[in-house]
Design a protein around this ligand. Sequence first.
Ligand SMILES: Cc1cc2nc3c(=O)[nH]c(=O)nc-3n(C[C@H](O)[C@H](O)[C@H](O)COP(=O)(O)OP(=O)(O)OC[C@H]3O[C@@H](n4cnc5c(N)ncnc54)[C@H](O)[C@@H]3O)c2cc1C
Ligand SMILES: *[C@@H]1O[C@H](CO)[C@@H](O)[C@H](O)[C@H]1NC(C)=O
Ligand SMILES: *[C@@H]1O[C@H](CO)[C@@H](O)[C@H](O)[C@H]1NC(C)=O
Ligand SMILES: *[C@@H]1O[C@H](CO)[C@@H](O)[C@H](O)[C@H]1NC(C)=O
Ligand SMILES: *[C@@H]1O[C@H](CO)[C@@H](O)[C@H](O)[C@H]1NC(C)=O
Ligand SMILES: *[C@@H]1O[C@H](CO)[C@@H](O)[C@H](O)[C@H]1NC(C)=O
Ligand SMILES: *[C@@H]1O[C@H](CO)[C@@H](O)[C@H](O)[C@H]1NC(C)=O
Ligand SMILES: *[C@@H]1O[C@H](CO)[C@@H](O)[C@H](O)[C@H]1NC(C)=O
Ligand SMILES: *[C@@H]1O[C@H](CO)[C@@H](O)[C@H](O)[C@H]1NC(C)=O
Ligand SMILES: *[C@@H]1O[C@H](CO)[C@@H](O)[C@H](O)[C@H]1NC(C)=O
Length: 628
Amino acid sequence: MLLPFYLLSMVSFLPVTNARIPFYGKTIQNQSQVLDIYDFVVVGGGTSGLVVANRLSENPNTTVLVIEAGVLHNKLSFDSDEHEDFITIPLITSANIPVLGNGPRGTKYDWNLTGVPQPELGGRSVQTPAGKVVGGGSVLNSMVYNRGSRAEYDRWEELGNPDWNFDGLLPYFKKAENFTPPSEALLAEWDIEYNPAFHGNQGFVQSSFPPFVWPSSRNFLRAMLELGIRVLKDSMGGDSAGAYWFALSLNPRDESRSTAREYYIPERLNLHLLTQAQVTKLDIKAHQSKHSVTGVEYVMNGSFIRQHVNARNEVILAAGALHTPQILQLSGIGDATHLSSIGVEPLVDLPGVGANYQDHLLFVIVQSVNIAVSTSNISNATWNAEQRALYDTERQGPYTTTSGNFLASLPLNTVAINGSSKAIQSAAAAQLPTQYLPTDIDGSVIDGYLRQHKLLVRGLSSNVSAHVEFILSDSVILPVLLQPFSRGTIRINSTSPFDPPQIDPRYFSNPLDLSTLIMSVEFGRALQATHALQELNAQELFPGASVQSTSELGDSIRDGVQSTHHHVGTASMLPKHLGGVVDPKLRVYDIHGLRVVDASVIPMLPACHMQSTVYAVAEKVGFSFSRL
Ligand SMILES: Cc1cc2nc3c(=O)[nH]c(=O)nc-3n(C[C@H](O)[C@H](O)[C@H](O)COP(=O)(O)OP(=O)(O)OC[C@H]3O[C@@H](n4cnc5c(N)ncnc54)[C@H](O)[C@@H]3O)c2cc1C
Ligand SMILES: *[C@@H]1O[C@H](CO)[C@@H](O)[C@H](O)[C@H]1NC(C)=O
Ligand SMILES: *[C@@H]1O[C@H](CO)[C@@H](O)[C@H](O)[C@H]1NC(C)=O
Ligand SMILES: *[C@@H]1O[C@H](CO)[C@@H](O)[C@H](O)[C@H]1NC(C)=O
Ligand SMILES: *[C@@H]1O[C@H](CO)[C@@H](O)[C@H](O)[C@H]1NC(C)=O
Ligand SMILES: *[C@@H]1O[C@H](CO)[C@@H](O)[C@H](O)[C@H]1NC(C)=O
Ligand SMILES: *[C@@H]1O[C@H](CO)[C@@H](O)[C@H](O)[C@H]1NC(C)=O
Ligand SMILES: *[C@@H]1O[C@H](CO)[C@@H](O)[C@H](O)[C@H]1NC(C)=O
Ligand SMILES: *[C@@H]1O[C@H](CO)[C@@H](O)[C@H](O)[C@H]1NC(C)=O
Ligand SMILES: *[C@@H]1O[C@H](CO)[C@@H](O)[C@H](O)[C@H]1NC(C)=O
């Protein structure tokens, strides 16, 4: 009989099969401390991985190893003397303001990937940052903490995933969240309300409203009202199509970033975290007629020696939507034709691996505004130093927030100020969906897309589901395409795990996406023309007044568009005959002992930023585990 793990940890004289140091009950950063076998091995200590590892290790008898390629640093919070400002301080980490640097992107905490050249962007490649650090994307992201509308989650269920709808997710959105409402003064000033029924206050992720609001937010709010846009009281209850003041993943105790790191409890004796270790492959053995995952192969940073660790119950992939398909494909799980073509022996033919890739694209409209206090004042070194001192001493002022506080998430009908949505709707209904897909994908993936296309077309006439988000910040209006029709791929092109996966987002491969963004720039101009923004003398600097025709706007957009880093869909939760990779319990089809719990499983993007949804998905699957 196997000894319970917690007992094993106390009896260090027991002979251990691998003659290694049996247990420390602490973070392990040294490969020599890894045991031979754990109940669960979680690949990736990022946003979703830390949630699932936490929930699994709630049972002290369940042993869990998390393997993370990046480092665990003790500098994530002000609890440490050595915190790194570019991670912890909202304005620096997320502002993306050149004078302050560019947040954690491009640092040692970033995989620093780049997509392949995009034909529809004139051959341009798009930067694709991804967290390589304990906490993953939650350490790099821009801290926007919001949710989509009910219809966008309900369609996951319509695609064949029972209970994956808004009501089924709401308890887990709440479970992840530790919400602090804004002060009474701010509530009154902004005429907002919050509904406690939509929020959790016991979760690990802090969500709150920063105490400082950029003054232009008031103008943006009034501009929205002038254009007849609804202003939402609380956007978190499944109706988020409208304009609203958004919360951040922000710890109100010290106005610093809150990350998935909060889920990591080093005191748990049954939880091991191995850092700087890259998983290179799954260990798979033939098991009667079905393959079975027995563990993983990994390599410590700076070494070339392949190590192995076994999983008694399951391996759980949480490497993110860019790396999970890479690991699956390296292991022989994917489109058999593709795998054979690059010299990987196909073990499980799942053509959906790396397919159905979706992302939110954003464009930047630049304007000048004349206002006493704005993000552009940061270039005044004296003012900047004063504001930083205010943050350091009182946790007040602009450093408590990101570069914007207000956004509008709008249905197509609302964005189309002159009724141009009809044109997009009829073009969408009339188009042959398959025309715009990659030519070398399997019929099952095509069938899955046909279902999604129907839902997308239906959604275009909805007045309660948003198609474009406008992030509003002094001198920029950022239209974000929320429900793309284009689909891309993530594929390995070599058998080396150290070569990056080939990210081909196929932006604008479906022309409806460009049409929607063109319309959005026109909406941005209508916004600039409102009295509320003309009070600030808003003048467009880019693309600029000379850019007017549809084709000129299209060219500007092709030149300027960027990723919002909301990659999903590359191991979609869908029925297998629709190109699915995981079932509604997130188990990979046709193999034993393997699950995916990260953003890869999301079959269609909701109209919001992704982190809260990733947390909720992981909490939902984590809950079902804890009842095994
Ligand atoms: C720059 C940026 C800005 C963003 N802004 C926002 C925002 O403002 N609001 C919002 O809601 N969302 C935002 N997002 C998106 C959000 O953060 C992600 O959707 C979410 O973090 C994804 O979680 P995940 O668990 O799927 O993957 P991740 O959190 O990326 O976790 C994957 C982990 O696996 C590790 N890993 C990968 N491969 C291996 C391997 N082979 N071996 C071992 N470990 C491996 C990685 O190092 C990483 O730690 C942003 C993302 C980025 C990158
Ligand atoms: C790992 O631990 C072993 C055994 O305790 C030790 O010899 C080795 O130096 C350690 N390696 C690192 C990189 O800390
Ligand atoms: C853990 O195992 C012990 C010994 O088998 C058992 O008594 C205990 O109930 C278990 N605890 C949980 C939470 O399952
Ligand atoms: C990230 O990639 C860019 C270009 O792809 C490169 O210029 C930069 O040096 C890289 N950063 C790091 C830290 O490797
Ligand atoms: C990983 O290993 C390389 C090469 O040994 C080293 O330069 C680098 O600092 C290591 N990375 C980290 C995060 O320690
Ligand atoms: C901030 O910028 C505005 C507009 O550019 C300017 O009028 C104002 O004087 C600036 N304030 C400070 C403190 O620099
Ligand atoms: C810069 O900021 C300081 C301090 O707020 C202010 O006194 C000064 O007028 C500002 N300079 C400019 C050029 O606006
Ligand atoms: C959406 O349209 C329906 C039907 O026309 C209407 O009843 C509802 O009030 C509208 N909702 C919003 C938010 O506009
Ligand atoms: C994979 O693609 C990258 C970038 O497109 C290229 O540099 C590399 O040579 C390719 N590798 C192989 C083995 O084809
Ligand atoms: C909308 O129509 C009005 C009146 O015809 C016109 O002045 C305006 O420029 C149009 N706006 C857009 C964005 O097409």
